[in-house]
Structure formats: structure tokens, C-alpha cells
Write a protein that binds this ligand. Structure first.
Ligand code: NAD
Length: 512
């Protein structure tokens, strides 16, 4: 495997001899601050990566501001053409980039490729959008006046991303930001910097080929200290931050203190309601993929199943049987369903959550545990587990980023919806039913309070065409499709008087 990973690194322009440093592509670092990147797949060192200092960060900001003065004057459809070329380059690199995502982050190879496909999809979306940044026209209340609104770029858009979608979240933000005329500075998770460097190199190549300033797309590697600099920096016109609710509260405070703009994409605590009218075979696939896909490390992972009492035992038995068939192991081997957690801290959090669940009265019907042996030598492989629990238990209220699934029973649909909504987070939700009245009630104003509400689809796996994000402690931000682009631009209302008089609004008289 080592050899094949080295080939992948080389094809992505990363040095194969365990050191991934680079200059000239607006990625700063001069081997001052090296950090080891360990693969959760096998515990091996993949590379040492140079983390930025505060001075590096300042230099990056300067570069991006300079680039903005050029980029904002490039017509939007031409900006779209650059994003089209990025999409093409991503197609060329899909296999290698997907593989590196899988090796660095630990998600399955299929999901790694899926993540790159999402990047390609958002590029396509952004290309179309580059000709559709529409403003409205309005009728003025004054004669011979015209009113309309137009959208201008904001400036520097900061992007802070989480480890679990190491590349897709960047592209959701960056592709929209660029066609809108902004430049971007990306601070990826300190746990997954290599895939970020690979993406940066791909975009740098596109910019160079088009004779455009490299500062249009900037990368700054670092931990939360760099993130905090971005949050406090008035040069960052919009900060789009993806991560835990804890991080979001800090970012919101820092950006709010300077009255800046932010998009927050934070933790979820997603439930599927399974009614007595559900197709249970279909439900099983949605529930198991939602709970164990990406080893339970998706913001949209299914954490709770709220099951009607009449089918509870039948469905529980199906779940237990399905879990017994799960294959845990190297995510690059496509026979496996579940790969590792990101690191040993995540393993500790998983074990602590299991202990807490037991202490708070949870009953495990599929036990958890850490896998041992040569195949699991990274120490990051854990067993997906299932506990019968109560919604109000403190641990159930909390997002544990691991494959722990809580089961609970309900009698009436209103009770199920109340349980589904009774958590601090509001990202994704689903109902499994073949009954139209149940489905529509769930989608109505009296139904799910989440940003995403699905019928007969699990909670995880969103398409780029819709606006993505959630309510309450999930942060309220929206990115990706629909009209999410509006958050990346500033709206200007224009009133033009082509008469010979100067009538005031509201008929106010003011004669000289
Ligand atoms: P994290 O909060 O530890 O880190 C996320 C990013 O924020 C990293 O780049 C980190 O360096 C940075 N950061 C941390 N503290 C910061 C601070 N005070 N100021 C500025 N930046 C800071 O999260 P993680 O462990 O990488 O990712 C898992 C979390 O992300 C989960 O809660 C998951 O639900 C959430 N997530 C949400 C979405 C979504 O779209 N809603 C998508 C992916 C992940």
C-alpha cells in the first residue's frame, strides 16, 4: 500500500519523501513549524506539513487583497470559465484525490471519490450560476424613476473546514465565492492538510495557465489559532466556518464583535422517524448507512432512530442482524463498510460516550469496542454499536462524532416529532413512511425543525443543488446550491431618476 500511496502523492504534485512543502503557489511555509500527518488507516506517517505563523497569515491576506482588485473586474461568466477549468482538472485527478482523501481522513474509497465528485458537481453548478447572479427590478413610487438591485462581490472570503469533509466543503464555498467575484483564503482542518495542498496545487495550475493572480485562491495551514486570527480579522469580509458547535460559538463571537459576516455549518444530532407505515427493508439501508457511513463522522450521520412501538422489536432485530454483517477495516479495500475514526482522541470520545450512555441508563443491544490486531494497528478502528436510550439523556442530546446509534420508541407521530426536535441541534432529519399524511405532517410547520427534512431517504448524503445547512446550534448558515450564493455577495439597491424634478420618497415636501 505504501508504494501505491507514494505514487498517488506524486501524481498530485506532493513530494513522495514524506515532506510536503511548497512555495510559489501562495501556500506559505518554510519548514519552521512542521507537523506530522499520520494516516488513521494504518498509523503510518504520510508527510510532515509546515504550519503557518501569524506573519505567514498576514502575507496571505495581503496577496489575496491584491488579487481581489483584479478578480472583481473579471466579468462573472469569465470567472465561471476558470471554475469550469477547475472542474475539468478535478475530473482528471478524481481517482488520486479520492484515494488521498480516503488515506488521510479514513473514509471509504467510494466516499473519497464521492467527495471529489461533489467538488466537480459544485463547479458545474457555479459555472451556470456565473451567468445567473440576478437582481430584481422594482416599480418606483415616483414618476420617471427606476429601481433595481444588483449584487457585488464582498472581497476576501475565509473558509475554515472540518476534517470529515476535507475537500468538498472548500469547493462548496470557494466555487461560489469565486464566480461571485471574491477571492478565498482556506484554512483546512489541521488533521487533513495534505488533501488541501493537493487541491490548492490544482487550482494554482488553473490560475497560472490563465495568467491570473495566484492570490485568488489561498491556502493557510494551521490550527485554531489561525482560525481565530481569521475570525478577528476585518479583512475577511465573510467567514464560512464548518466544524463543531464549540468552534462555531467562538467564531460567531469573534466575527460578531467586528460586525462581520459569517456562515456557520456546525454539528448535527440527526434522527430518522420510522413509522408503522415504513418500508422496513428500505429503511434498514438508510438507517445503517446513515449511522455507520464515514464511521459515524458525518455532520448528517444518523444518531437517533425514533421507532413506532408496533414495529420496534421487528426493526430492532433487523438492525442487529445487519450490524453483525458489517465489515470493519481498511477503507481503501472496497469490501469493507466501516473504516477508522480520525485519531485516538476520537476513539477516546467514543469510549467515553459509551460509558456515559451506560451510566445514564442506556442498554447496549450491539456492543462497541476498539479493534485490535495487525489490521487495526492505527488504534482508530471501533465497532459500530447500538443502545436503547431515552431522548432526554444528556449523552443523547450531545453529538458524539462516532458510530453510536440510539434507539427510542414512540406511540404517536406528534410525540415522535417532538422527540426529533427536542435536541439543541437542527441539521438533518428524515421520516420513513409510505403514508402521505404522515410525510406531509412531518414536512409542515408542525413537523421537523431542521434545515434538511427528508422523506424515505436517510439523514446523510445531500446533493449539491439544494441549500445545505441547519438551524439552532447547527448555526443557521446555508452553502452550496439554491440561492446560497447571495451570502457571498453584497446587495445594492439603486434608484435612478430620469425626470426633470426631484420628488422625495413618501411625498415629503422640501422646497428651497
Ligand atoms: P472542529 O470544530 O474541531 O474544527 C473545525 C475547524 O475549525 C478546524 O479547521 C479547526 O482548526 C477550526 N477551529 C477550531 N476552533 C476554532 C476557533 N475557536 N476559531 C476558529 N477556528 C477554529 O471540528 P472537527 O472535529 O474538525 O469536525 C467535526 C465537527 O464538524 C462536527 O461537529 C461536525 O458535525 C461538524 N461538521 C459540520 C458540517 C455542516 O455542514 N454542518 C459539515 C462537516 C462537519
Amino acid at each position: 500500500m505504501e508504494n501505491s500511496i507514494n505514487v498517488t502523492l506524486k501524481k498530485l504534485g506532493l513530494l513522495a519523501q514524506n515532506k510536503a512543502t511548497s512555495t510559489g503557489e501562495n501556500w506559505f511555509g518554510a519548514e519552521k513549524n512542521l507537523q506530522a500527518i499520520i494516516s488513521p488507516v494504518n498509523g503510518n506517517l504520510i508527510a510532515e506539513v509546515d504550519m503557518a505563523t501569524a506573519d505567514d497569515y498576514d502575507a496571505v491576506v495581503q496577496k489575496s487583497k491584491e488579487a481581489f482588485s483584479t478578480w472583481k473586474n473579471v466579468p462573472a461568466p469569465q470567472r465561471g470559465e476558470i471554475v469550469r477549468q477547475l472542474g475539468q482538472e478535478l475530473r482528471n485527478h478524481k481517482e488520486d484525490l479520492g484515494k488521498l482523501v480516503s488515506y488521510e481522513m479514513g473514509k471509504s474509497l467510494q466516499e473519497g471519490w464521492g467527495e471529489v465528485q461533489e467538488m466537480i458537481d459544485i463547479c458545474d453548478f457555479a459555472v451556470g450560476l456565473s451567468r445567473q447572479l440576478y437582481g430584481l427590478t422594482m416599480h418606483s413610487e415616483r414618476p420617471q424613476h427606476r429601481m433595481y438591485e444588483q449584487w457585488h462581490p464582498l472581497g476576501v472570503v475565509g473558509i475554515i473546514s472540518a476534517f470529515n469533509f476535507p475537500v468538498a466543503v472548500w469547493s462548496w464555498n470557494a466555487a461560489l465565492a469565486w464566480v461571485c467575484g471574491n477571492v478565498s483564503i482556506w484554512k483546512p482542518s489541521e488533521k487533513t492538510p495534505l488533501t488541501a495542498i493537493a487541491c490548492q496545487k490544482i487550482m494554482a495550475k488553473v490560475l497560472k495557465a490563465n495568467n491570473l493572480p495566484e492570490g485568488i485562491s489561498c491556502l493557510v495551514l494551521g490550527d485554531k489559532n489561525i482560525g481565530e486570527l481569521m475570525a478577528k480579522d476585518p479583512n475577511i469580509a465573510l467567514l464560512s466556518a464548518t466544524g463543531s458547535t464549540k468552534m462555531g460559538k467562538s467564531v460567531a463571537t469573534n466575527v460578531g464583535a467586528r460586525l462581520g459576516k459569517h456562515i456557520l455549518e456546525l454539528g448535527g444530532n440527526n434522527a430518522i422517524i420510522i413509522t408503522e407505515n415504513a418500508d422496513l427493508d428500505m429503511t434498514l439501508i438508510g438507517a445503517v448507512f446513515g449511522a455507520v457511513g464515514t464511521a459515524g463522522q458525518r455532520c448528517t450521520s444518523t444518531r437517533r432512530l425514533i421507532i413506532h412501538e408496533s414495529i420496534y422489536n421487528v426493526f430492532k432485530a433487523k438492525l442487529v442482524k445487519a450490524y453483525a454483517q458489517l465489515k470493519i477495516g481498511n477503507p481503501l479495500d472496497t469490501v469493507n463498510h466501516v473504516g477508522p475514526l480520525i485519531d485516538k482522541t476520537a476513539v477516546k470520545n467514543y469510549l467515553d460516550a459509551i460509558d456515559q450512555c451506560k451510566l445514564q441508563g442506556g442498554n447496549f443491544i450491539v456492543e462497541g469496542g476498539v479493534l485490535e490486531g495487525e489490521d487495526f494497528k492505527s488504534g482508530c478502528y471501533v465497532k459500530p454499536c447500538i443502545a436503547e436510550a431515552k431522548n432526554e439523556m444528556e449523552i443523547v442530546q450531545h453529538e458524539t462524532f462516532a458510530p453510536i446509534l440510539y434507539l427510542m420508541k414512540y406511540k404517536t407521530l406528534d410525540e415522535a416529532i417532538e422527540m426529533q426536535n427536542a435536541v439543541p441541534q437542527g441539521l438533518s432529519s428524515a421520516i420513513m413512511t409510505t403514508n402521505m399524511r404522515e410525510a406531509e405532517h412531518f414536512l409542515s410547520v408542525n413537523g421537523s425543525d431542521c434545515g434538511i427534512a427528508n422523506v424515505n431517504i436517510g439523514t446523510s448524503g445531500a446533493e449539491i443543488g439544494g441549500a445545505f445547512g441547519g438551524e439552532k446550534e447547527t448555526g443557521g448558515g446555508r452553502e452550496s446550491g439554491s440561492d446560497a450564493w447571495k451570502a457571498y455577495m453584497r446587495r445594492q439597491t439603486n434608484t435612478i431618476n430620469y425626470s426633470t424634478a426631484l420628488p422625495l420618497a413618501q411625498g415629503i415636501k422640501f422646497d428651497l
